[in-house]
Design a protein around this ligand. Sequence first.
Ligand code: SF4
Length: 361
Amino acid sequence: MAHAAIGLYVHVPFCRGKCPYCDFYSLRGTDAQKDAYTERVCQILSTRDNPLSTVYLGGGTPSQLGTARLLRILEAVQGRLVHDAEITLEINPSDVPDLDCAALRRAGYNRVSLGLQSAVDTERRALGRRGNTADVARAVQTLQSAGFANISLDVMLAVPGQSADSLRTTLQFATHAGVQHVSAYLLKIEPGTPFAHRPLDLPDEDAAAELYIQACETLEKAGFAQYEISNFARPGFESQHNLKYWRSEEYWGVGPGAHSFLAGQRFFAPRDLAGFLAGDGTVPDGRGGDFAEYTMLALRLREGLRADAVQARFGHAIPAELRAKAAPLERHGLLICDENGMLLTRKGFLLSNAVIGALLA
Ligand code: SF4
């Protein structure tokens, strides 16, 4: 039986250093470990033959693998890519001079996600980022010259020392860099990270909310429509891969710490390079894609929970009980409901965890 096209996520667990706010699984890695990792990934990729409509190499820092290994991984799935597949590579701007960007583009990588985080160098340093804003500008130009016409910048909101003025500088950079997509995430202090244990000059909750609204409004004014709580794109440049997560479509995750959702089941690989190389199996994580989970993810999107999509997927309307729970939230300006479905307002996006929690309680 022919398989439906799915998304592929490859988690690359290597970073040159550790940013003090980050709780992703990553390690510095030797050349030998990177070679062994690449071979193991390619081996696993040969175990399924689903067509792939999106491929996303994330991390960690995929660009730390270097051009040859990145080409090898893409070569391993070349025969299974559907026409116009979106193939994204996360790149640290400081790695761009060491990469053969034209060769990566020729091989099929067609989207790049670059970590800007902030265009204010003191903020970048506080976040432990390598390089400066000029390096990011040069990286964007190099990628554009190599033929990349779909570039995303990551921006962080509510970082130590950030003000409305300094965020204006960052947004000015992002909206004038000639990129097609911006992700703007509020910094979250994760337990166990260095940021959780040091005094930080962080904006308070109200100031963080204002920074978020400032980012949404500035990006929209510059032609980047918000399509998810933290994601903005010029028309036609929404991340097809990430849309699969939010629309509860299937994806396959390969690499230590990568999660998968296939045939209704969720599972993940432990965050452990040695175990991954030794062929340790994946860990089951229960069934996925039920109505509650679908609703929780759909409400992250600007399109929200659509009645027609619910009907097509579950064979029923949006339950009256859910609409009843939505009514008070709508009165507080957090949600809009009509016969087409329900979606969060910008105020609702800011309080999304609480709003979605109240709806699904
Ligand atoms: S480069 Fe990215 S993945 Fe690596 S430590 Fe920094 S934030 Fe985490």
